[in-house]
Design a protein around this ligand. Structure first.
Ligand SMILES: *Cc1c(COP(=O)(O)O)cnc(C)c1O
Length: 421
């Protein structure tokens, strides 16, 4: 469910016509719906009602300050994976006590920043990280709260580039080594072991892989408790998928996912953390783009649009499907025709869709890429010296630019010429 719907023949974002924003801001741009962000956060938060829990939004999915503040004001914590994300979360008003720090390559400097500013816990991903964390904590006279991220060796049945829970992936400590790792962590005076962390991948469309991983976490909890560890918090990661194509079977709902969590882990009486990213932000954002040319090729028509792979890389990177819709609602019964939808970047990979059936479109028409809120703007680059596209947020009948388009001058002046030139 989202708040990008046709009304009176035109696409609206909540109560604002998308075409009106396009006229004010210029294309292409990202557009987020406050109501959809909040709705998705609350689906998780309310489904875990009655359980001691914190929903930590995985902010790598979409990390604009306005998005973070919207979610933080609703009570969300944050899952961060870098010092930059930690500082961004703090700048948006998230207290350190609601931030968890994940990631395989935390440097001593990153750890220092989080320990100094306050942190809910570090999700430690390796034995060497444990030693560095201990050394930094001791040097600062602090004790770092930690969970160890275990790799449960479960096939998430998702795209290979976003599967993280198999033994060949770089993430976490192999679950078979967990007891030894926990013994070592407990022996380090700079660490306080409080729980277990797991995250098996992204865009999962079935509950079974989650359940398999969580069953292993339940078993490990009992084993570690028997070993004398005070396991009181379980961080279960993110990864629940979203329906990118309306024709596809819908992934499980947050309610079903949370019911499974309670069923598999409820008896352990642990505090539960989850880290959804895509499910909160994905369908809360669209990318709006304008047709530059309609070009007829050999046996196919190309829709050349002003958005490109540098703005939204998911199709090029993950073979991802995005629903693409015209901003003017097509008349019912209008004949559709197949288009290859491509951007202006000089790469064949700059292709959003092939043979996509759309109503006839002409130069100047606006289209929207749906489900672009997660892993969209955050993965954008300036490839081909294209400015990062603006981000806009709607709230009811208001909208605001939450990141302006940089000028060409700003982009170019970031480079510096060495003295010998
Ligand atoms: C990316 C990531 C998430 C969020 O994944 P989604 O598929 O966006 O829900 C959560 N936790 C960790 C550790 C991650 O790396």
């Amino acid at each position: 469910m989202d708040h990008f719907l046709y009304r009176d023949g035109a696409l609206f974002a909540e109560d604002v016509p998308v075409a009106e924003i396009a006229a004010a801001v210029g294309t292409p741009f990202y557009l987020y719906s406050t109501a959809t962000l909040l709705r998705h956060f609350r689906l998780f938060d309310e489904a875990l009602d009655g359980t001691d829990h914190l929903v930590c939004y995985a902010m790598k999915a979409a990390s604009n300050q306005a998005i973070l503040r919207t979610l933080a004001q609703a009570g969300a914590g944050m899952d961060v994976v870098s010092q930059g994300e930690y500082l961004r979360a703090r700048a948006a008003g998230v207290p350190g006590g609601k931030i968890v720090f994940s990631g395989v390559g935390k440097t001593a400097e990153e750890i220092r920043t989080a320990l100094a500013g306050g942190i809910r816990q570090f999700n430690v991903e390796s034995e060497p990280e444990m030693e560095v964390l201990n050394a930094v904590a001791l040097e600062m006279g602090k004790v770092a709260p930690v969970t160890l991220r275990v790799n449960p060796d479960v096939d998430a049945r998702t795209h290979a580039k976003i599967a993280t829970g198999k033994s060949e992936n770089k993430f976490g400590i192999p679950i078979a080594r967990a007891r030894a790792a926990y013994a070592r962590a407990t022996a380090l005076p700079g660490l306080e072991v409080i729980g277990i962390d797991v995250h098996i991948g992204s865009q999962l469309t079935e509950l079974a892989p989650f359940e398999a991983a969580y069953a292993k976490v339940a078993e490990l909890t009992e084993t570690l408790r028997a070993d004398g560890h005070d396991i009181r918090r379980l961080d279960l990661g993110g990864g629940l998928g979203i329906p990118y194509a309306r024709s596809n079977e819908a992934p499980p709902l947050p309610l079903e996912y949370c019911a499974m969590i309670k069923r598999v882990l409820g008896h352990l009486d642990c505090e539960i953390e989850i880290e959804p990213g895509r499910l909160i932000a994905g369908n809360a954002g669209i990318m709006v783009s304008r047709v530059i040319y309609v070009k007829s090729g050999e046996g196919r028509d190309f829709l050349i649009v002003d958005g490109a792979m540098n703005d939204l890389i998911r199709p090029a990177m993950y073979e991802a499907y995005h629903d693409i819709v015209p901003v003017i609602e097509p008349e019912p019964g209008l004949e559709r025709r197949p288009y290859d939808i491509v951007g202006p970047v000089c790469e064949t990979g700059d292709t959003f869709a092939r043979g996509r059936d759309l109503p006839p479109l002409a130069a100047g028409d606006l289209i929207a890429f749906r489900s672009a809120g997660a892993y969209g703007a955050v993965m954008a680059s300036e490839y081909n010296t294209r400015p990062l596209i603006p981000e806009v947020m709607v709230n009811g009948d208001q909208f605001a630019v939450i990141r302006p388009r940089p000028s060409y001058e700003e982009m170019i002046n970031r480079d510096t010429i060495p003295p010998w030139l």
